[in-house]
Design a protein around this ligand. Structure first.
Ligand SMILES: Cc1cc2nc3c(=O)[nH]c(=O)nc-3n(C[C@H](O)[C@H](O)[C@H](O)COP(=O)(O)O)c2cc1C
Length: 170
């Protein structure tokens, strides 16, 4: 593993919506990206990644609990330099800042700087929505995935053009 690589951890359980976004981001980064499920990567033996991405759908107002659990498992490192981004798909992505906030709070406690956030609509058939054919049908769509690719490319260029000390900035 190299410090130039980006680890994208994704938990996608409802319709695979966030997995499609994660795949688009990984495609944009090419060989620089490693995509995995949080349960397949130990937070205690993480290695030397230059950028960390954490993504899932939103469930009852927060991102999937395995992401928070994973971040809680990160060892305490006094001067952590790994920046991170958070991404989600949800029924109501215009509230993404609210949905992302609990995970960002745990990341901050572990000294991980969140340098970018991405959100888009995801097909949602939760509860009564199922009877109406669901919310956000056909999302993420091609436009959402193009935005995801563009976001990942722009963020990685910005992070890797920064000095290590800038990368650690909150
Ligand atoms: C049980 C459940 C709870 C959900 N809660 C929310 C929510 O609080 N806010 C929201 O905007 N979307 C909510 N959604 C919609 C999902 O976040 C959305 O469908 C997401 O794209 C699922 O991602 P996935 O297919 O990658 O798992 C919920 C969906 C389910 C099934």
């Amino acid at each position: 593993m190299s410090g130039a690589q980006c680890l994208i951890l994704c938990k996608s359980v409802h319709h695979g919506n966030t997995a499609r976004v994660a795949r688009a981001m990984a495609d944009a980064l090419g060989e620089a990206a490693v995509m995995a499920a949080p349960e397949d990567v130990s937070p205690t033996s993480l290695g030397d990644y230059g950028l960390l991405g954490l993504g899932s759908g939103v469930f009852y107002g927060r991102m999937h609990p395995v992401l928070e659990e994973w971040v809680c498992g990160l060892p305490e490192v006094p001067e952590r330099t790994m920046p991170a981004f958070v991404f989600s798909t949800s029924g109501l992505p215009f509230l993404a800042r609210l949905w992302h906030w609990p995970l960002k709070r745990v990341l901050a406690r572990k000294g991980v700087a969140v340098v970018g956030e991405f959100a888009c609509r995801g097909f949602d058939t939760w509860g009564p929505l199922w009877f109406a054919g669901g919310l956000n049908r056909k999302h993420p769509d091609a436009r959402d995935l193009a935005r995801a690719r563009e976001f990942a490319g722009r963020l990685s260029r910005a992070v890797y053009s920064c000095s290590p000390s800038m990368r650690a900035a909150p």
